[in-house]
Design a protein around this ligand. Sequence first.
Ligand code: ADP
Ligand code: ASP
Ligand code: MG
Length: 405
Amino acid sequence: MALVVQKYGGSSIADGERISSVARRVAKAKDAGNEVVVVVSAMGDTTDELIRLAQQVSAQPSDRELDLLLSTGEVVSSTLLAMALETLGYRAVSLSGAQAGIETDSRYSRARILRVDPKRIISELERGNIVIVAGFQGVTQEMDIATLGRGGSDTTAVALAATLEAKECQIYTDVEGVYTADPRVVPEATKLKKVGYEEMLELASYGARVIHPRAVELGGLYNVPILVASSFVDRPGTIICKEASMEVRNKVSGIVHDTNVAKVTVIGVPDHPGIASAIFEPLANADISVDTIVQNASIEKIADLTFTVTRSDLSRAMSIVETVAKTVEAKRCVADSKLAKVSIVGTGMLDTPGYAAKMFRTLYEQGINIELITTSEIRITCIISEDRVEDAVRALHRAFELEKE
Ligand code: ADP
Ligand code: ASP
Ligand code: MG
């Protein structure tokens, strides 16, 4: 018997009616002769609401308490889905992440999965149960509950699919698949039939919210085929797998954007060895991930150093950098949180000149100023003002001819 792992995101199970409709979809997969493991997110905006509640009672809630609180959202939806399946006459059991054997490190709010012990899931499947696992969470060695970061239920699903050697991990969401741009920003965006792990990882890391980057990374590592499809309509979705089709090779496969960007500039840094490590080591020790880094050419042994972080890390980054700036005798630090990233991604860019020039010209024609630029082998990213990012996405989507035929 084949095993499939299905994952349903928050909007797919936003209320009782939606949960019953998802139960019918899950039942269909079981009727088709599969063993079925389902991973659920919290219902609708539950996670945001729980965060708001925590902020009402505490300016700085403890990491441990916050993670345990947030994990309850997924526990609620998993139990309700199990009940809905039982109502339809199917045997189902819900498990928290800990019960499902998901062991994590103890980095609260961004824990990594260390190991999955699938004993309990396997025994429940052997009893004929459909197994519903609460996504986004695991248990630390100290038996505390840790969450995997926003959007982390995708990672739970792929980790389970890899461990259980599922034939496919199906991510069901509120769009029909992975598109050439966010379909809410570009209604003409095209659904991709297939996309390779490497390209999908860049798309996801630079803003295609539809699947979490760590889920894609795991999928690639364990070679788990991932289907992204709609939980609302029965239409073919996008397959994320090893080989992209010829169709998506040799060109830009998507335009992605991300508004969770803030920039820090340290002005007037003395230009001598050791300065960069003096600034970036304390940031790394504080677990702040730094993205784009630019140091301008020094004039009279004084340079400016600019880097970007996520907006939620900005205040911590600024307080660290302001302290370091004093010790290295830099002039001052400034922050800007009203920025966004827009990226073009595609394996077609490998060794092919002209993509960057076309991107820059398109932004210039829109009167959009580029603040910073970064690239990988298959991606070019420009950091621009947040209020122009959607214009940039639409213009680039047209310029690279990605619209539906
Ligand atoms: P879920 O709750 O199912 O996890 P998310 O809200 O996390 O769903 O992700 C789905 C959303 O991702 C879509 O509603 C869509 O607006 C957004 N999105 C952004 N970029 C893309 C893209 N390139 N293709 C498809 N969806 C995208
Ligand atoms: N509920 C969590 C979130 O909103 C995890 C997820 O949905 O994947 O981020
Ligand atoms: Mg999601």
